[in-house]
Design a protein around this ligand. Structure first.
Ligand SMILES: NC(=O)c1ccc[n+]([C@@H]2O[C@H](COP(=O)([O-])OP(=O)(O)OC[C@H]3O[C@@H](n4cnc5c(N)ncnc54)[C@H](O)[C@@H]3O)[C@@H](O)[C@H]2O)c1
Length: 377
């Protein structure tokens, strides 16, 4: 049976590599739509949790995982040999930065190697991990073709950026339009058909590079606008103007303005990282991304500004940071999530700790912070 028919009749077997914030919600949606889904992860504890019918991601309920698993539609494994049995494979592994702020594609490369060793004719491979334009055709495609099969002829290959927003009660996997770009028309059409079975709106684009760039534009847009509003906050403070009142009033303009809000810095696996994938790739092409660098600089300076404000507040009470007991309310990178990745709260706490503060914190989503090395009370 052709893959298109298998997708239409829900007989396509779907493999999801990487069962994190992106992969698990996707796996559950495909399972709920009637597909047989196998999750692949190198983390045995996640695999075990899914096979026990338990979720470890805030936006996915254990009831959904348990129901899909009980119906025989969702299982997980660390055994990559089973990739061979899949008709469609979605790669959702991390794409962090190296210390030098260069892209770290090592997880993608390992996942692609696992697929390469089992690749067979007719399979559809989709990369979902956020990455720089050119990754799919310059890194993924040549690696997959090493075994002799050709993308677009023997197997199908596409990129589709994930837009999930953890903790967002309104927008989730099913109702966030999905952009897809394949290495050829058939790949795009098959990826669109696959996602179309679980997502309301599919947005096909002309190439994998366009699809990769779409995601980086979206996240760069956020990083730059947050950088702008953080700069406005810093200058408003200097001019004794209430920046929150300014933003609230500006947001009454019914067109041409979108409110962004200042904060202690950027967090999560996307906004602080993704724009640097773009600036790295642009640099390879002799182009300097000034907006991205500037926004990164301003956003990165916000934890120091917070500490400066704490110092001023204590000073006004004839106190120093050194020896003060300081309680942090909320440490995850945004509200209603437990995700600590890149959380600026950790930078603020580190700076306060170095200045001699005695720290404690409360966050209903983050019961322990043992790994930070900070002495918490
Ligand atoms: N978190 C978000 O809100 C979000 C939103 C949109 C896009 N993205 C992008 O999606 C990708 C995944 O992000 P995430 O937040 O889901 O990451 P995550 O860390 O939550 O999950 C990634 C999973 O991949 C597994 N993994 C790592 N290497 C593997 C390998 N070789 N084989 C199998 N499994 C492997 C890890 O064990 C982990 O469970 C990243 O590129 C990220 O930028 C994330």
């Amino acid at each position: 049976m052709e893959l298109n028919d298998k997708i239409r009749t829900r007989q396509a077997r779907i493999g999801i590599i990487g069962l994190g914030y992106v992969g698990l919600p996707l796996a559950v949606e495909f399972a709920k739509a009637g597909f047989e889904v196998t999750g692949f992860d190198v983390d045995g504890s996640k695999v075990d949790a899914i096979n026990r019918g338990e979720s470890y991601i805030g936006d996915v309920s254990s009831e959904d995982v348990a129901a899909s698993s009980k119906a025989g539609k969702l299982s997980a494994t660390t055994d990559m040999a089973r990739l061979h049995d899949m008709d469609a494979i979605d790669i959702c592994v991390p794409t962090p930065l190296r210390k030098t702020r260069d892209p770290d594609l090592s997880y993608v490369v390992l996942a692609v190697d696992a697929v390469k060793a089992r690749l067979r004719k007719g399979q559809l491979i989709i990369l979902e991990s956020t990455t720089y334009p050119g990754t799919t055709d310059e890194v993924v495609q040549p690696a997959l073709e090493e075994g002799g099969l050709k993308a677009g002829a023997d197997f199908h290959l596409a990129f589709s950026p994930e837009r999930v927003d953890p903790g967002n009660p309104t927008h989730h996997t099913r109702n966030i339009p999905k952009v897809v770009g394949g290495v050829n028309e058939t790949s795009t059409a098959l990826a669109a058909a696959l996602y179309g079975s679980i997502i309301g709106t599919i947005v096909p684009v002309s190439s994998t590079q366009v699809a990769e760039m779409v995601k980086l534009l979206e996240n760069t847009f956020r990083a730059v606008n947050i950088g702008l509003v953080n700069e406005i906050a810093l200058m408003s403070h200097r001019m004794n103007i209430d920046v929150w009142e300014v933003i609230e009033a500006a947001a009454t303009k019914p067109f041409g303005f979108m409110p962004f809000f200042p904060g202690p810095g950027l967090g999560g696996h996307c906004i602080p990282i993704d724009p640097f994938y773009l600036s790295w790739k642009a640099r390879q092409n002799g182009f300097e991304c000034r907006f991205i660098e500037l926004a990164g600089h301003i956003n990165g300076s916000m934890p120091s500004f917070v500490v400066e404000r704490v110092s001023e507040a204590l000073n006004s009470q004839k106190k120093a940071i050194n020896g003060s007991r300081i309680h942090i309310l909320g440490v995850a990178y945004k509200k209603d999530v437990s995700d600590m990745r890149e959380s600026p709260a950790l930078d603020v706490m580190e700076l306060l700790h170095r200045r001699g503060a005695a720290l404690s914190y409360t966050d209903p989503y983050v019961p322990t912070l043992d790994h930070t090395g900070l002495s918490l009370q």
